[in-house]
Design a binder for this molecule. Sequence first.
Ligand SMILES: [Zn+2]
Length: 170
Amino acid sequence: MSSKVRSLPGTEITHEDLKSNRYSFYEYQAKLKYSYTSGVAITRFLEGLKQGEIWGRRCVKCGRVVVPPRMYCEFCFRPNDEWVRVKDTGRINTYSICWVNADASRRNTPITIAVVDLDGASPLMGILHYVDEIAPKKVKIGMRVKAVWKPPEERTGSILDIKYFRPLKE
Ligand SMILES: [Zn+2]
């Protein structure tokens, strides 16, 4: 295969063209509404969060407990078998100190985002969440953490029913 760049037919619009007002543009804001089903496994997971519980699924063939739960074991190629309640404590698997918001705007203070491997789940079964009550520079891989939950009346069945994870002193 040649790595030569092919020239496609048509007229290129340059940045200068865009600034020149020679072209008119119409910006359309789509008004779309979505209805999304989270499925059997994630529905149970989210309902559990509303109760202050974290649920996973165990495959009895390989013994893995997956969190967030799935109804199928991709290692054994078979449906998994049972619900398992895991703890709201765990260990930081990896983390990132984040200086930008979801819209890519810069933050004045950083937040820490971590993958937390929960106690009772299999290794490398982690959930992505915030870490707080500790300076970002003091967060370490392997650090023990515990979930800080919203009050029950504020929970909605969302991963954000857990406000964040905080260091766990043992
Ligand atoms: Zn399995």
